[in-house]
Design a protein around this ligand. Structure first.
Ligand code: HEM
Length: 499
């Protein structure tokens, strides 16, 4: 409780202490009443709906088992979901909204990110979302944007990533691939969304303040979502202390920097300079600076760590599965040296391997929504208005009911069908890595272009061997982070098919 300490030392005790006592007492009473309501009243309304989940106690609900498992939520939720006959569990605990977690594909379907995302596409609903979705989906589907994405990738990969790997190979230096891939993805998404180059992967350029601010904001926002008692971060925000103070500073820097870029871009466009980035397209769409800023932040957040997370786990899995690596290399060697969009489309085995890798290690392990009103899931679970409903791609990718007995094995072939070994279409409700329904990920195709390009360019030239032999630990920040990074030794690929 560092924040309590700082308040007590900086403010008059006689005012702050009673305020805090009243504040936390009110929260306790509110939660206790809510808990009693769920136990005795509202369940009557859905008397034939049973819910499964961890052990519960009167008033505090599942707070004790949640607290005990707070550092291993992924494994705990996956075990509870595998044991639940409905594939859904309810975690009802003091200090947080009733949360429903589902790994059941029959169950289709924010204030945590509100400070950072403002009214960007991720954080709005209803009409405001419709307007943004229409605007963005039109831009995402243009051929000119696709060509621009490949062009941006070419320079980032050939001028920055490959020279770094080449130098590490010569010096026999260990590289943290997770770090390099994150830097590459940040540069790339900034080029695509704003037409700017932060040079995060370029060691000769100063450290990007914008990248650091995004990292701080993403980490603190993610920790809000996992806090056992949400009142704690809300109180810190109200008093402007601790991590919430750092979040505020980071968000101000992000908002200010992007606003500057928008103003510069408008000036350039008045001078008839031609740009292909998303920002220029949004400006042409006639939106206000604030709306554009929030859209841009959403795009950067969407593209910043997702593809790099997917590639990190992919390279780790390849290094553990030499037969799959051999097959991927065989395929990428058939493409031209300079890879274009068409060549990428034809890399089916690589695509299947990426899907298989994301099934086991999805970049977004869980994703929550809040129920607008009382409802009931198709599997019978009751949902109360305001409840948090979480679909759980990490658990879904590991359910025997969905993927069979070999669910824990890395087998890209399970995705391929027919003589031409096409990637089989799998329902997004089963493979929910990109979400499903009307709000399905808009950048899925762009993400595959990026991941395939980086993987193909790298694997043609280098072999990556992992340094640490033990199983890596997945830290569920906003995206799946590998604890301690992915340390690898780089070797030149000399004889491609003998390796
Ligand atoms: C492997 C990479 C990626 C994965 C796994 C992924 C996953 C997701 C998921 C789970 C959502 C739903 C979020 C929610 O509603 O809470 C989403 C939405 C979205 N994604 Fe992606 N994403 C990836 C890459 C990208 C990229 C590169 C972009 C490009 C900027 C992008 C743009 C978007 C947008 C704009 C939405 C919001 C859609 C809406 O609300 O209508 N994504 N993505």
């Amino acid at each position: 409780m560092a924040f309590l300490f700082s308040i007590l030392t900086s403010s008059p005790l006689n005012v702050v202490l009673p305020t805090l006592v009243v504040f936390f007492s009110l929260i306790f009473i509110y939660n206790a009443l809510q808990s009693l309501f769920h136990h005795f009243i509202s369940d009557g309304k859905y008397s034939n709906c049973s819910s499964y989940g961890p052990e519960k106690h009167l008033l505090i609900g599942s707070l004790i088992p949640f607290y005990k498992n707070r550092r291993r939520l992924l494994g705990w939720y996956t075990k509870l979901l595998a044991e639940s006959p409905t594939g859904t569990i309810v975690v009802d605990r003091l200090g947080a909204r009733r949360t429903i977690i589902t790994a059941n594909p029959e169950n289709p379907f924010t204030d945590i990110l509100g400070d950072l995302l403002g009214c960007g596409i991720f954080n709005v609903d209803g009409e405001a979302w419709h307007v943004r979705r229409k605007l963005a989906s039109h831009e995402f589907s243009t051929k000119s944007l696709r060509d621009f994405v490949v062009k941006a990738l070419k320079s980032e990969v050939h001028d920055r990533l490959l020279p770094i790997l080449s130098s590490s190979e010569k010096k026999k230096k260990v590289v943290d691939m997770q770090d390099l891939l994150r830097r590459l993805a940040f540069d790339n998404i900034c080029k695509i969304t704003m037409g700017t180059d932060p040079g995060f992967l370029d060691e000769s350029m100063p450290v990007s303040e914008l990248a650091s601010a995004f990292d701080v904001a993403a980490e603190i926002s993610a920790s809000r979502g996992m806090a056992p008692v949400s009142a704690v971060w809300k109180a810190k925000r109200a008093f402007g202390v601790g991590s919430e103070k750092r979040l505020k500073v980071a968000v101000e820097l992000i908002h200010g920097s992007i606003m500057e870029i928008i103003k510069e871009k408008r000036k350039g466009m008045e001078m008839k300079l031609v740009h292909n980035d998303l920002l220029s397209r949004l400006i042409q769409g006639g939106q206000s600076n604030e709306v554009i800023r929030d859209m841009v932040i959403s795009f950067i957040m969407a593209g910043k760590d997702t593809t790099s997370s997917a590639l990190t786990w992919f390279f780790w899995l390849l290094s553990c599965n030499p037969n799959v690596e051999k097959e991927v290399v065989r395929e990428v060697m058939q493409a031209k040296e300079v890879i274009g969009y068409q060549e990428l489309k034809e890399m089916k085995f690589l695509e299947a391997s990426l899907c298989e890798s994301m099934r086991l290690y999805p970049p977004v392990v869980w994703d929550s929504k809040h129920a607008a009103g009382d409802d009931q899931m198709p599997d019978g679970t009751r949902v109360g208005g305001g409840d948090r409903v979480t679909y759980f791609p990490y658990g879904m990718g590991r359910m025997e009911k969905l993927w069979g007995e070999d669910r824990n094995e890395f087998k890209p072939c399970r995705w391929l069908v027919g003589d031409r070994r096409e990637v089989a279409p799998v329902s997004p409700y089963k493979f929910s890595v990109f979400q499903a329904g009307p709000r399905v990920c808009l950048g899925r195709e762009m993400a595959f272009v990026q991941m395939k390009y980086v993987a193909a360019a790298l694997l043609r030239r280098f072999k990556l061997r992992r340094v640490d032999k033990e199983l890596p630990v997945l830290v569920p920040l906003l995206t799946s982070h590998m604890a301690g990074g992915l340390n690898m030794v780089v070797e030149k690929r000399v004889d491609l098919l003998r390796n």
